[in-house]
Design a protein around this ligand. Structure first.
Ligand code: EPZ
Length: 417
């Protein structure tokens, strides 16, 4: 997918089925390495980052096969290597989960520096802090992160300086097979942290407290392969909810966990949308005259940073002044210049963006700089009068399964090249 072409101005109507959670899948696939057995993971999103992870696991000696588009069977029995390197490792951020998983199984791991979206630096000091407290020493040379626990891994008390999804999950991966008990304090509470803990417990781990800010783990001797179904994607769901708002449409977002959407639901209602919640769906009705509001991104259960570009695009089209504060990342407003190319009136000062609306958006040629920025451009294009061409659309494919079909199903005039 190189380009997305959208002729905007249509009210999107109908229902869309949400795929499995990307950021749960990117943690759960590496976690299967911890068992010398076979695991089957269901409800995987069919996106590029998953394919990179499969390439990496196979390079380590795992046998992977897709039973269908969303079900992956992983036989991790014969993994012998604990060095993960190559193009795929450098391409995705989630490669760092291989550190925790391989360290847990082999008491050593070597992983090339991960890639992923750049929001002004993606430090891993908290990951290393956790590994160190568990008895591992971590060094970095020639672009390779090496960590090893010569005397094995011992449980420990870890207080994370920063609420970090990656560090919480990576430390969990490293602690489940350690000797003794581990507590992780000030940990992340995202749905995909809970999903990963649930998988590990099904494999035979002993983890309590996932979803709160203290996780307690008692190390066990062995884990076994399991069948597991990934939770629905909170961020994909939120993106389609915002699509209803930004086009003044009426969309039912199905196969979701509505509670995961609470911060966005509350914000859309505050801005003037009608929102109806069912057991596993949310229906959003936009309107012509939404009013701007203020948004501050925070770790879960706050407003997700991964919906910040999307809500900013919506805010530009609403009446009044909107202030969006990005509390998680240093520099996650680089995409705003592309939104302004479509006629938005947004000014950025460090971690704060201010939108003045309503702006009448008009189609233009724009570029997706990362996954969620690309989603924001898609949303703006759906609102804009005329044709918008989004370059580097491969970024959008990294996190949105079948976006062309899903949007066409809602009445969008979209072509993907
Ligand atoms: C995960 O990244 C997600 N990626 C990101 O989603 C998401 O934006 C982020 O969590 C926050 O929710 C995946 O799950 C693959 P963090 P992660 O560690 O784990 C600081 C997307 O679009 N920090 O929770 O890398 C860090 O600088 C992607 O799907 C440290 O200081 O994020 C940031 O300010 C983009 N030291 C804050 O913590 C560390 O060791 C949160 O980062 C680690 C993080």
């Amino acid at each position: 997918m190189e380009q997305i072409i959208i002729n905007g101005g249509k009210k999107l109507k109908g229902s869309v089925c949400i795929s499995g959670a990307k950021n749960a899948a990117l943690a759960i696939i590496p976690a299967t390495i911890l068992a010398e057995g076979v695991s089957t993971i269901e409800n995987l999103p069919n996106i590029n980052d998953i394919k990179h992870l499969v390439i990496i696991l196979e390079s380590l000696g795992a046998k992977c096969s897709f039973l269908n588009e969303t079900t992956l069977k992983i036989d991790a029995t014969n993994i012998k290597k604990y060095r993960a390197e190559g193009d795929s490792v450098r391409k995705i951020r989630a490669s760092y989960y291989l550190l925790g998983a391989l360290l847990s199984r082999f008491k050593a791991a070597e992983v090339e520096m991960p890639g992923g979206c750049d929001f002004g630096g993606r430090p891993t000091d908290q990951h290393e802090k956790g590994f160190k407290l568990l008895g591992a020493t971590t060094t970095m040379s020639h672009g390779l992160i090496k960590t090893e626990a010569l005397n094995g891994l011992q449980g420990s008390n870890i207080l994370l300086d920063v609420v970090s999804v990656g560090a919480t999950i990576n430390v969990m991966l490293a602690a489940v097979l350690a000797e003794g008990s581990t507590t992780i304090e000030n940990c992340a509470r995202e749905p995909h942290v809970v999903d990963t803990a649930n998988l590990l417990n099904m494999m035979g781990a002993d983890i309590k407290g996932a979803g709160t800010n203290v996780i307690r783990i008692n190390g066990v001797k062995k884990l076994k392969g399991v069948n597991y179904t990934i939770i629905p994607d909170q961020i994909e769901a939120g993106t389609y909810m915002i699509a209803a708002a930004i086009t003044g449409g009426d969309i039912t977002v199905k196969n979701i966990i509505p509670q995961h959407m609470d911060p966005l639901t509350a914000k859309l209602v505050e801005m003037g949308c009608e929102v109806f919640e069912g057991d596993d769906y949310i229906r959003v009705r936009g309107s012509e005259n939404l009013t701007a509001a203020n948004v501050r991104t925070l770790a879960y259960p706050g407003f997700p940073t991964d919906l910040q570009p999307q809500i900013t695009a919506l805010m530009a089209t609403t009446d009044g002044i909107g202030v969006i504060t990005e509390s998680v990342w240093d520099n996650r407003f680089q995409y705003v210049s592309e939104l302004n190319r479509l006629g938005a009136n947004i000014t950025v000062d460090g971690r704060i963006a201010v939108t003045k609306g309503p702006s009448h958006l008009t189609g233009a040629k724009v570029t997706a700089i990362d996954l969620r920025a690309g989603a924001a451009l898609v949303l703006a294009a759906l609102n804009a009068e005329g044709m918008t061409v989004i370059d580097k659309a491969v970024q959008v494919g990294r996190g949105y399964e079948n976006i062309e079909q899903k949007l066409k199903g809602l009445g969008a005039d979209i072509t993907v090249i």
